[in-house]
Design a protein around this ligand. Sequence first.
Ligand code: ADP
Ligand code: MG
Length: 613
Amino acid sequence: MPIRVLSDELSSRIAAGEVIERPASVVKELVENSLDAGSTRVEVEVVGGGARSITVVDNGQGIPADELAIAFERFATSKIDASSDLIAIGTLGFRGEALPSIASVASVEVTSRQAGADAGARYRVDFGKPGTLEPAGAPEGTRIVVSGLFTNVPARLKFLGSAGRELSRIQTMLASLALIYPHVAFSLNADGRDRLRTNGSGSISDAVSGVYGQKIADQMLQLEADGSAAFSVDGLVSSPSLNRSNRTYLTLSVNGRWIQSRRLSYAIEQAYHGFLPERRFPIAVARIRTPLDDVDANVHPAKAEVRFLREDLVYSVVQRAIRGVLTAHAPVHELGSGRAGGSIGLLRRPAGTGGRPGQGERAAAGAGGYSGWPGPGEPGQPEIESSAGLARGQAPLPETRTAGVAPEGGPSTTITPREALPVLRVIGQAHETYIIAEGPDGVFLIDQHAAHERVMYERVKAGFDANASESQPLLEPVTIDLAPGVMTTVHEHLVELKRAGWGVEEFGGNSLIVRSVPATLAVRASGDGAGRVLVTLLDDLSEGGSGESWRERMLASIACHSSVRAGQALSTDECKDLIRQLEKADQPNTCPHGRPTIVQLTVSDLEREFKRR
Ligand code: ADP
Ligand code: MG
């Protein structure tokens, strides 16, 4: 073929690829235009993940009728002029590329009425072919409908994901803009269903509530911007007790522009160092302000990344702000770092023994040292209580005895055959692993993971036994690859897996599609995380061996992955909640693997240690 200059029409279709990659990019460009136009309300409606149609309605300043056609010409913009050096850009758009790019790969209809104008107008462009301008009745603001996206570019159409996947991209993007612009009321409706709604009150906390729910909003800490500083950050960050297994909950903006920046995300994670366990991530909305000429927004086609002139300064402002609010609001964490020498030593190395491990501990307990709990191998082995505990009749007893459940303030009356815990008052958490509580006879240390595992195990098992396991669909199914041997385990136990709440399907070879997961687990692991849990679980289960039945081990494994980990900071309320749940468990004293969930330091232990007696 001879060399030819591409037609304008063709080259604009190619260039559109830079800006308009998928439905979410269309929504982003349109919504950014709405924001640049000063809208306080932006309504987005999509059909078929946006591939069928996208409608954006705003109440901004509108487009004058005689400028509607020009808005669709390449490099037509009202936001910068010829003298601009592209250095200090205060608007989201500035290239004048979005509308022509979108119109070259879709059918676009704009209806707009400029604020204060008597009438509105409508203009239509079909796949780059301009139509006619006609008068139209319309409220002030702009309504743009984009339909049949990419139907003239089959190659691009092929690269779109499923409607659900494209929708979730739109949702993430719009949620981010809603968090960054709390004074704008956003809504997203997909195929007739409401997906997102913020109230535009101006409070970021309200926006967080609209996007992530009130419960999360309640646990966010506020970053106060230093209004006088050239560089500042405001927003909300999660208290350490609230965290996630991935980074998708970080929303960052610079001068009102939503950005994605690995380095900035990392800077934020660093600020949480010591407050969050490994591989847990905060939820955050951080809105950074810098002098306009300190950022270059013109480095990325979709403007999703920016370049900071003084990068280190930006990071340190952000880190200092977050660190400050975390230290001010994390009493639980500080409690965990307190030193408790003698008492803990007593539990580890019972008084009066030479520190003999194993048997020695048990013997010491029998000698009145401390009251342990029946171990895994010795169910119901008579445990010798401290005399003080027996005298009060309120000490927790092993299962072969009758145990008193102490009603608050009174002697025990209820006789129950099962193990029971006394009513405990939570004092705090230590080392982000142990809950410290006070009971009628002494102080109790609870292993948060083991305790939660017990609670979750009983819940999971009850659901399984009643054939009523709750299953939670994943937003996007994940595919996992298994070792061939493991696939055999899946074949053998498919029915049980499903009954436990795993919605899995074979996907040829050694792959599985995971569509839904046990509901208890969904809280801790989503998407790929849930996939990884299933891989680990199946790997473990394929090894067999321990003598427990496969089913029991599967349920225990689900419980394990549904539980808080050691090293996870818990708020006092979360500690209380866990203790209340443990109190209700049938076998509160051991985890499903038989490890103890709780150890006790009795009042007489304390008295003896402190030589009060
Ligand atoms: P840019 O945003 O880079 O200027 P666009 O192609 O996105 O380029 O938009 C072209 C122009 O159309 C904008 O500069 C603006 O004047 C006008 N415009 C687009 N959408 C809206 C809207 N929702 N409200 C008001 N004006 C709009
Ligand atoms: Mg624009």
